[in-house]
Design a protein around this ligand. Structure first.
Ligand code: CA
Ligand code: CA
Length: 222
């Protein structure tokens, strides 16, 4: 080998497949594997953070829904929206906020139809709601029992149907698919404070946990 000439990287006994002889040689397997590995690494970094931000956005939406129910109940009771002659809260379900009709037979629509559909069980009672579907991947439901085991749905107007309460109400927002779409559950009652907690499940809590939920790991939202 002449002095000053770099040695060939290819051993002489192997056939030469240099770039000069094959200008359109395409990608080698090792190059493709490197590209795939890089894509996999980038995805592994980016996807969890994308999912986390989606979960966070869904939780914000669920929390906003809880606050909305507090305002609706105040108006509902004050204006006797269900026209039963009693200043009471509607405690049977959430779909009723949409589907109950006024004197003219028009649906009240205190919530929009998407919220009514997000009442996974309650929506079934109202054909006008047209089935159930989560809103921003969260379902909503009316809680059934307070912290001492008393039912929220009472027959305040004595018409034979347990559906209202003069003093109390409570609701839950729970994720459609735990961890994938939302992690925390949200609860609110007549005191108006939204509490949140990761219960490790998408099964809704339907009994108010405690007179002071913060003693049981619930955190009051801002
Ligand atoms: Ca009423
Ligand atoms: Ca009743």
């Amino acid at each position: 080998m002449p002095k000053g000439v770099a040695p060939s990287p290819f051993p002489r006994h192997l056939p030469m497949e240099g770039p000069m002889s094959r200008p359109n040689r395409g990608f080698t397997l090792i190059e493709l594997m490197i590209v795939v590995a890089i894509i996999a690494i980038v995805a592994a970094i980016a996807i969890p953070s994308l999912l986390r931000s989606r979960v966070a956005a869904n939780e914000v939406s669920a929390q906003a829904g809880m606050k909305q129910f507090v305002n609706i109940e105040a108006t509902w009771r004050q204006t006797d929206a269900d026209r039963n002659g009693v200043q009471d809260y509607w405690t049977l379900d959430i779909a009723g906020f949409y589907a109950i009709t006024d004197a003219a037979g028009q649906t009240l629509k205190f919530v929009d139809i998407q919220v009514a559909k997000a009442d996974q069980t309650g929506s079934a009672a109202y054909p006008v709601v047209g089935g159930s579907n989560p809103k921003a991947t969260y379902f909503f439901t009316a809680m059934t029992r307070d912290e001492v085991g008393a039912a929220y749905a009472l027959d305040a107007d004595a018409d034979g149907v347990a559906n209202t309460n003069v003093a109390k109400f409570a609701f839950t927002a729970y994720p459609f698919s735990y961890r994938e779409t939302g992690q925390r559950q949200f609860i609110v009652n007549e005191q108006g404070v939204v509490y949140q907690r990761d219960l490790g499940t998408s099964t809704p809590i339907v009994t108010w946990p405690s007179a002071d939920p913060s003693t049981l790991g619930w955190t009051a939202s801002e």
